[in-house]
Design a protein around this ligand. Sequence first.
Ligand SMILES: Nc1ncnc2c1ncn2[C@@H]1O[C@H](COP(=O)(O)OP(=O)(O)OP(=O)(O)O)[C@@H](O)[C@H]1O
Ligand SMILES: [Mg+2]
Length: 256
Amino acid sequence: MKKHAPEREPFIEVEDLTKVYGEEPYAVHALKGVSLAIHRGEFLAIMGPSGSGKSTFMHLLGCLDHPTSGKYWLDGNEISEASANERADLRNRMIGFVFQTFNLLSRTSALENVMMPIGYSADSGTESERRQRASELLTRVGLGDRMDHEPSQLSGGQQQRVAIARALINRPQFLLADEPTGNLDSRSSVEILRMFEELNREQGITILLVTHDPGVAEHAKRIIRIRDGVIGSDGAASAASAAAGDGAATGTGGSA
Ligand SMILES: Nc1ncnc2c1ncn2[C@@H]1O[C@H](COP(=O)(O)OP(=O)(O)OP(=O)(O)O)[C@@H](O)[C@H]1O
Ligand SMILES: [Mg+2]
């Protein structure tokens, strides 16, 4: 994998990134040339109507998929030319994921769920150190008294907190969350968003959150709007919400 002077570069840089699913004449051009730089410690929200390419973009940034064309540098590593193994290695070392549907293993305790991604990382320590770290993380997300509970015995907000602890187990520098509050009531949503703000502020974790809810996006410092596979606007959260008067016209409400 190519590397170039990381200290001079943004943490994340994408250049004319495209993603085409399938083959002509049925091809779907999900991303049509996205260029963007993200610095360490940023907290961004990606907004846009359903089908605009938000999850596609997140999958590319999260090294879960590779672009059809364009460049992607993560911490100086050129991901667009990396092999699937190299992508998996970077993903496990650097990135944590949180999804709308929590994606926890059923009939598996909260503690075991949090420990699950550890196996893939090289310096994961002894079994007891791993348990210790998982239980510290569960305590940190307020579930110190729920470690042995299985997902079905937890509320949605509690399940999402388990998922956040799991996302943090390998000490990621980059946290990606796709509609993390989409299945939560407003009180649990606020709790989860405060947790993200704290992780960003206190640990400097770079956070990218996908949402079509303007109230959720306001917790971010920078808002990027995607429309039909291209970036429509990119700016500070306050400026972006002030400019959202045309939200209905641009479909920011989420229904394409
Ligand atoms: N695996 C796939 N195969 C084919 N087409 C896909 C695939 N994944 C996404 N698409 C298409 O790519 C486009 C962008 O999808 P994407 O999931 O990125 O949208 P989104 O902005 O996340 O939407 P939503 O808000 O509904 O989650 C859509 O037209 C979608 O149908
Ligand atoms: Mg999506």
